[in-house]
Structures are given as C-alpha cells and as structure tokens.
Design a binder for this molecule. Structure first.
Ligand SMILES: Cc1cc2nc3c(=O)[nH]c(=O)nc-3n(C[C@H](O)[C@H](O)[C@H](O)COP(=O)(O)O)c2cc1C
Length: 207
C-alpha cells in the first residue's frame, strides 16, 4: 500500500507487530538485523537528504537488481511499474509524474511509521534471508492488525547517506525501508494489482 490515512499507529501496536515479526525462524535462531523507527526531525532530515541525492543522481549502490537484467525479470519489473502507474493514471511518457511518484518512496509514502531495516554488514545472503523472513513476518502481522505496509528498497541505494543521516555505525548495512500505517482504501495508488508468475516458472520436479 502506498497511500496512508493520517491516523497514528499506537506505540503498543507497533511493539506488538515487531514482537510478532521476531517470531520468524532464522538460521540457528540468530535473529539478525534491526528495525529503526525514524521519527520527527530525524525523519525530515533523512527524507530530504534522500530526495536531494536522488534528484542529483547520487545513487551509491545498485545491489537490489541483478545486473544485467535477465529478460524475464525485466518484464516483471515493467509489469509492476505499469500496474502502479496505470492505477495512478500516469502515462508512460509522463516522466515528471513518474518522478513525483518515485520521490514518494523517500517520504516513506507519508505513512505514520517509517522504519529502516538494517543488518550487520558481515552477514551474507543467509543473514538477508533470515531478515527477509522477519520483514515478511512484520508485513503479515501488520496486516492481521488492520495495518498495511510497503517495503522500500529504493532507500538501500543510498547506504552511506542513510548511515550518516541517522548516525549509524559503519557496519550497518541498509536492507530496506518500510512504510507502515492504515491504508487509505480509496486511494488510486492502492488500487494497483500485481500478478504472479506461473508455478511452472519456478517449480520443477527432478527425478
Ligand atoms: C524488499 C522489497 C523492496 C521493495 N521496494 C519498493 C520500493 O522501493 N518502492 C515501491 O514502491 N515498492 C517497493 N516494493 C514493493 C514491490 O514493488 C511489490 O511488493 C511488488 O511489486 C508486488 O506487488 P504486491 O506486493 O502489491 O503484490 C518492495 C518490495 C520488497 C519485498
């Protein structure tokens, strides 16, 4: 969900959602990673610095997407973008409207809760897998409490900036951001509907 009602999330409810998320399994029960709730002036500073860096093309990291793109992945990415921009009524050639929507990533979609998810940089893929389970646990727990979320990989393209803005140690890898709050059910952005690839595309039997 990418549009939220201006309705605060009670601290106790956020704590419950985070507690539920931490029930996620992890390798040897290591429970790696941290969830930082960024609020007040710190949130304003972070959003403004991220927006400036993006406008000035100061991207630091491309780790989120495979380089080069496998064609099937590229097609899925385009379809997801079409679902979002189509729901918003933004034409493919309307770059300024697309940019305005993309910039909303850095405002955490104005959600009442803005989380930054970090992981010690010494963890490899297994740590990210454990943390991904916790993030998904958080998303499901939020949904079960009437809340909605959107993961924001876009902020992970600016790890140095996020660390310096939030005064985090150099060992903190920035996994993603997360918007959390009560979704505005009628908002155009929240009408975007994605599909999933066919079972045959990712499952096969080897005998
Ligand atoms: C790790 C992760 C990072 C994501 N980053 C972004 C993002 O930066 N901006 C955004 O609008 N959506 C982001 N998304 C949402 C995906 O685009 C979305 O989950 C996908 O298109 C499937 O849509 P659905 O979740 O509505 O079914 C992210 C999702 C995940 C899991």
């Amino acid at each position: 969900m990418r549009t939220y009602l201006p309705k605060p999330v009670p601290d106790a409810l956020l704590a419950q959602v985070l507690t539920d998320a931490r029930r996620a399994p992890s390798s040897s029960n290591l429970q790696p990673g941290s969830f930082l709730s960024v609020e007040g002036e710190a949130r304003k500073r972070l959003s403004s610095a991220l927006t400036d860096a993006w406008r000035n093309d100061q991207r630091e990291d491309y780790a989120y997407f495979p380089q080069p793109w496998p064609m099937a992945m590229r097609r899925r990415q385009v379809a997801a973008a079409q679902a979002l921009y189509g729901a918003l009524g933004i034409a493919r050639e309307d770059q300024s409207a697309r940019d305005a929507q993309f910039a909303r990533n850095f405002q955490f979609f104005d959600a009442p809760v803005a989380l930054v998810v970090t992981l010690h940089r010494d963890f490899g893929g297994a740590g990210h897998m454990d943390l991904g389970m916790a993030v998904y646990g958080l998303m499901l727990a939020a949904q079960s409490h009437g809340l909605a979320t959107c993961a924001i990989g876009a902020i992970a393209s600016y790890p140095d900036l996020v660390r310096s803005s939030l005064q985090l140690d150099a060992h903190c890898a920035i996994a993603c951001g997360l918007a959390l709050g009560y979704a505005d059910p009628g908002a155009p952005a929240n009408q975007a509907e994605t599909t999933r690839c066919k079972l045959d595309d990712y499952f096969r039997v080897i005998a």
